[in-house]
Design a protein around this ligand. Structure first.
Ligand SMILES: C[S@@+](CC[C@H](N)C(=O)[O-])C[C@H]1O[C@@H](n2cnc3c(N)ncnc32)[C@H](O)[C@@H]1O
Length: 428
């Protein structure tokens, strides 16, 4: 190993940090509890890594196609687990619920049981804070660009889900059944919006996909797909776009079932082991998991028909052609320039050719250098417009002095989009 490489190695090691003692105790307790339940983790040490935060370090080389983890299925928390607990009274018989909601309510209830909960070692190991946009302060949320806010409310309607829960509580109250059988505290004191938000994002950021067939029937009416499960310890793996894994449910010779993850890539001793949460772009990663990875090849800056119309007057015929052929759906700037829909829409928007020639140009002969120049010029105008828009988001957002980690991530995401626009400009 050369001097520079040794230095780099030392630096890397220096940045990797042991967990704080409280967190470490929680992890040891979790490992001990899993061991008692027939699951031993000997290869991994939960560690604080720079950038990714807590993750799993391997204490030995891992070869490609090796099994990373084989968790007994009885250790997964599914809707069936919930239906067997006291908390099932919170689900009304004539109402159906989604799996994420059911698991969230379960977590709140079990968390309030403290050490009396069978799942305490797991719940005690969970993070208390998430950096998804929902965890921005209300002042910060108002400054988030619309494309983040709309996406966030569209995908995660936690206010609606929480109101369902309040309906159940009202019904229980009417029947004088709204007291916890464990501590006699009214359930509406235990289940607050703050707790619900925490539990919802535990499920959102940590649950694994499980085939619906594997979840046994329960007394609760559950909306399909019922395919979420919480997986203690296994949920400590962080995501990397270059990681590649295969997931399977296997049965051993004694008919015990396991949730197994196999890595298709190798890992060096003492490095962080990653899995892959799926082909997600940065916006999805930020909204669902509260982080993103720079230089994600799946990232693009979207523009719409109004952006085109801000730069050029579209004839009614051109507008109709673009919209009816759905070229306006998903027009983007990528790091390499324009995507296919964008090229076609900008061709239609900028050409002086008669309509009869459009299809021949698009599907037949290639564009002439004059066509390219027109597409290019219009693209640059739209790109500058988008850059101005993103810079103005940054400008407004920079007014917040002391901000949450979640808001800081939103700021970095916008900077990332500006970088994509700059790279795109070089390649259009
Ligand atoms: C399934 S958990 C992984 C374990 C988690 N880091 C912990 O401390 O418990 C998913 C969460 O880990 C974090 N995470 C995962 N991969 C990451 C990455 N590559 N960079 C930054 N944070 C990451 C995000 O907060 C995400 O919501």
């Amino acid at each position: 190993m050369g001097r520079t490489s040794r230095k780099r190695h030392r630096k890397k090691k220096f940045h990797m940090q042991k967990l704080k003692s409280e967190e470490n105790d929680a992890m040891n307790f979790l490992k001990y509890w899993l061991f008692q339940n027939c699951f031993s983790i000997s290869n991994f040490i939960p560690t604080n890594f720079p950038i990714t935060g807590r993750g799993l370090k391997t204490i030995r080389d891992i070869k490609e196609h090796e099994i990373l983890i084989k968790l007994p299925i009885k250790m997964l928390i599914t809707t069936f687990t919930v239906s067997e607990c006291d908390v099932r009274i919170l689900f009304l018989k004539d109402q159906s619920y989604n799996a994420q909601h059911i698991l969230s309510v379960f977590l709140i209830y079990e968390e309030h049981l403290g050490t009396s909960s069978k799942w305490y070692p797991y719940i005690n190991s969970l993070p208390q804070y998430f950096s998804t946009p929902e965890f921005c302060t209300s002042k910060e949320k108002k400054l988030l660009p619309n494309f983040i806010r709309e996406h966030m409310y569209y995908v995660h309607n936690i206010v609606r889900n929480f109101s369902l829960l309040m309906q159940s509580l009202q019904t229980l109250k009417k029947n004088d059944k709204n007291y916890c059988s464990h501590c006699n505290i009214p359930l509406d004191k235990i289940i607050t919006f703050k707790k619900y938000k925490w539990a919802y994002y535990v499920v959102n950021t940590r649950s694994v996909y499980i085939n619906e067939r594997e979840v046994q029937d329960s007394m609760i009416k559950i909306e399909s797909p019922n395919n979420l499960a919480l997986a203690p310890f296994l949920d400590l793996f962080n995501h990397d776009i270059n990681a590649s894994v295969s997931v399977s449910l296997i049965t051993d010779e004694y008919k015990n079932k396991f949730y197994q993850i196999t890595t298709l890539k190798s890992f060096e001793k003492n490095s962080q082991v990653f899995i892959n949460y799926g082909p997600h772009n940065s916006l999805k990663l930020y909204i669902d998991y509260g982080f993103f990875i720079p230089n994600n090849p799946l990232d693009e800056v979207v523009f719409n028909i109004f952006d085109i119309q801000s730069c050029v007057t579209l004839s009614e015929c051109a507008l109709k052609f673009i919209v009816s052929n759905k070229f306006n759906k998903n027009m983007t700037f990528t790091r390499n320039g324009l995507n296919y829909n964008a090229i076609i829409a900008l061709f239609i928007a900028s050409t002086t050719l008669e309509k009869d020639f459009w299809n021949i140009k698009i599907y037949g002969t290639s564009f002439s250098s004059e066509d390219h120049t027109k597409i290019h010029n219009l693209a640059i105008q739209i790109l500058h417009l988008k850059k101005k828009e993103y810079l103005s988001y940054l400008n407004d957002m920079n007014n917040i002095k002391k901000c949450s980690q979640s808001f800081l991530n939103a700021l970095s995401l916008i900077r990332e989009y500006i970088q994509i626009l700059d790279e795109s400009l070089k390649n259009i």
